[in-house]
Ligand binder design. Structure first.
Ligand SMILES: CC(C)(COP(=O)(O)OP(=O)(O)OC[C@H]1O[C@@H](n2cnc3c(N)ncnc32)[C@H](O)[C@@H]1OP(=O)(O)O)[C@@H](O)C(=O)NCCC(=O)NCCS
Length: 244
């Protein structure tokens, strides 16, 4: 029955159910206004990898595999393909710059994926890019297959990438979660993440004008804007992918 519903509608129903009518309304309004203006608001979180990590809360046993580097490129491509989602357009660029890919398995079935980059310059939106200090990483692109949601898999993804990063000399990880994504915010809350700031981006399309603002800390401590000099962090050299 659920398979007869187009994916867009399924997603809308999921948002309505798990994020509530208030968030649903704001997300719908944003889509309606898209031709004129668009906006993002993210909470930025910090995890100190020198401190013990809070344990993940997955409701059953899953396995994690981390892929990194040229030697893992083709396996990572195949495994991501098995998730049934389109491969990211910049998949090769991600591997080339040394990003780590975590895939979560139930038995042999891939159920979720997520990335971590260790290099400054990854774009959030409208030219706003991450500044990472040496020995920092940022997680992005987390995705859990719909039928596996609500089982704490996201916490496993987060802890697996942070553990991997720590084992390879990374001291802090930072991450962004949309303030309207209460499904993701739940993980940050349950794992006790420290909120650094909230970043707001507003784009007026016709005028090509973008408003950028951070609340809680200065925007330029973590992000570079178009035309502003971007300090390049040294790339962390990571070792081969392995099961953890
Ligand atoms: C956001 C996402 C990664 C969370 O993954 P997850 O493994 O389902 O996370 P959890 O199991 O911790 O559940 C998180 C919340 O989802 C909601 N949830 C519970 N069961 C659910 C289900 N069957 N389906 C969808 N959402 C559900 C609940 O609000 C839950 O919070 P709670 O445990 O405090 O009640 C996943 O929903 C997803 O892939 N969404 C699409 C991609 C996305 O938004 N990525 C952004 C990552 S920042």
């Amino acid at each position: 029955m659920l398979n007869l519903i187009p994916p867009k509608w399924r997603r809308a129903l999921e948002i309505l159910r798990w994020r509530g009518p208030g968030h649903f309304f704001l997300l719908a309004l944003r889509e309606v206004l898209r031709p004129v203006m668009y906006w993002y608001a993210w909470n930025i979180y910090l995890t100190d990898l020198q401190q013990p990590l809070t344990a993940p809360y997955a409701k059953r046993k899953f396995d994690v595999r981390i892929f990194n580097g040229d030697q893992d490129r083709e396996t990572a491509r195949t495994q991501l393909g098995c998730l049934g989602e389109p491969l990211p357009a910049n998949f090769d660029a991600r591997i080339n710059r040394g990003d780590a890919l975590a895939i979560i398995y139930s038995g042999t079935e891939p159920v979720a994926s997520g990335w971590m980059t260790f290099t400054s310059g990854m774009e959030m939106a409208y030219g706003l890019t991450w500044i990472l200090q040496p020995n920092e990483g940022t997680q992005y692109g987390s995705f859990v297959l719909p039928k596996w949601r609500g089982q704490g898999v996201f916490s496993l993804l987060n802890v697996a990438l942070n553990t991997y990063a720590r084992e390879h000399g990374v001291l802090r990880s930072v991450g962004s979660i949309s303030v309207l994504n209460s499904q993701s915010l739940s993980m940050a809350k349950r794992l006790g993440k420290k909120k650094l700031m909230t970043v707001i981006l507003l784009r007026i399309r016709g005028l090509g004008w973008t408003f950028r603002k951070a609340i809680g800390s200065s925007l330029d401590t973590r992000f570079a804007s178009p035309g502003v000099h971007l300090p390049r962090a040294e790339r962390v050299q990571l070792r081969l992918g392995q099961k953890s």
